[in-house]
Design a binder for this molecule. Structure first.
Ligand code: SF4
Length: 371
């Protein structure tokens, strides 16, 4: 079944490290954008879908009735399965218990909060709008509103962050008991304002070995607390893996709606135009917002399946790859994989090939074998 991704490109302020497709919230633009989204979804349908994911940007800046309209458009255009997963990414400062309850009535059944840190000075350095207290309250409000599937995002390797600082946030997250957590390594992009902020304030990131310790220790603590790591950056309680995101890692198909959204379906990949205004114009003219439409070559499809599959803790089933792509992974890539197998970064278990935790630290290097 398809996954449906809905992009919401609005934020109340722009974080200094952000590299996503987003802009400042504008109430009039948002109204026109939601109309365009509904129109794009209504024209796209016909297949069956089982996940809807509102990502951004800050999707929780939409009103619950706007979210309801978009979900209804998905329902009327696609056969959306009864046991669907419908996720809303939310920033802690944008919610109240009443608002979360209204999102739930609108059809959202999973909330993913962009918490990033439970330490005030770290949130300030990232120019986030919420406090640690607001993040704690948001999680409690989600529970009170009836959500039984809540995820938190945390970021490690922040400016000036020590290993112990990071573990404080991890422990606090564990104490709050979300169902799912995503842990990301901060990437400081060359043109991000954060880079200048860091130079001006003389903030630095801990050495690479500390970043590795942050990652490994966090995963160990989360496992000890009952979370299963299922992907390089993601852990979940049993039954709470992100079904939507799993489509990206298991060679699935998904359609993206809204400006800058990506789609992959039956070996064809495309991206919508990035600018919000241009996207609305295209939809208003009944023209396709898609740009960069490309049929992937068999080798690209194979490379993608291996590259993304290796992100999963269970790794790749080379028999399934052989059946789907007619390629013997060992024969094609065996010689290049050998050093990583010998070095303890990869493990071969029967037909499975998977990264070890040590291998996850150098995943990008291992994956260059496939692309
Ligand atoms: S809230 Fe998220 S999408 Fe918006 S500016 Fe901050 S990091 Fe970027």
């Amino acid at each position: 079944m398809l996954g449906l991704y809905v992009h919401v490109p609005f934020c109340s302020a722009i974080c200094n490290y952000c590299n996503f497709n987003r802009g400042l919230f504008d109430a009039d633009l948002k109204v026109r954008y939601v109309d365009a989204l509904v129109a794009e979804i209504e024209r796209a349908g016909e297949a069956a879908a089982d996940t809807i994911f509102f990502g951004g940007g800050t999707p929780s800046l939409l009103e619950p009735d706007e979210v309801a309209r978009i979900i209804e458009a998905c329902e009327s255009a696609f056969g959306v399965a009864a046991d669907r997963e419908v996720t809303l990414e939310a920033n802690p400062e944008t919610v109240t218990e009443a608002r979360l309850a209204a999102f739930r009535r609108a059809g959202i059944n999973r909330v993913s909060f962009g918490v990033q840190s439970f330490r005030e000075e770290e949130l300030r350095r990232l120019s986030r709008l919420h406090t640690a207290g607001r993040a704690r309250d948001a999680l409690a409000e989600a529970r009170a509103a009836g959500f039984d599937n809540v995820s938190l995002d945390l970021m490690m390797w922040l400016p000036e962050q020590k290993v112990t600082d990071w573990l404080e946030s991890v422990d606090e997250a564990i104490a709050l008991g979300p169902d799912h957590l995503s842990l990301y390594l901060l990437e400081v992009y060359p043109n991000a304002p954060l880079k200048e902020d860091m130079a001006r304030a003389r903030w630095s990131q801990a050495p690479d070995e500390d970043a590795a310790t942050m990652y490994v220790t966090a995963m160990e603590r989360l496992e000890a607390a009952g979370y299963d790591q299922y992907e390089i950056s993601n852990v979940a309680r049993p039954g709470r893996r992100s079904r939507h995101n799993l489509k990206y890692w298991t060679d699935g198909d998904w359609l993206g709606f809204g400006c800058g959204a990506h789609s992959t379906r039956e070996g064809v990949r495309w991206k919508n135009i990035s600018s919000t205004e241009d996207y609305i114009d295209q939809i208003a003219r009944d023209a396709s917002p898609a740009v960069d439409v490309r049929r992937l070559t068999p080798d690209e499809r194979l490379g993608d399946a291996l590259f993304t599959g290796l992100r999963l803790v269970d790794g790749i089933d080379t028999n399934a790859i052989q059946t789907r792509y007619g390629v013997d992974v060992w024969r094609r890539f065996g010689a290049d994989l050998e050093p990583f197998l010998d070095g303890g970064c990869l493990r071969r278990e029967g037909a499975r090939l998977r990264l070890t935790r040590q291998g996850m630290l150098v995943a990008n290097e291992v994956m260059t074998v496939f692309v």
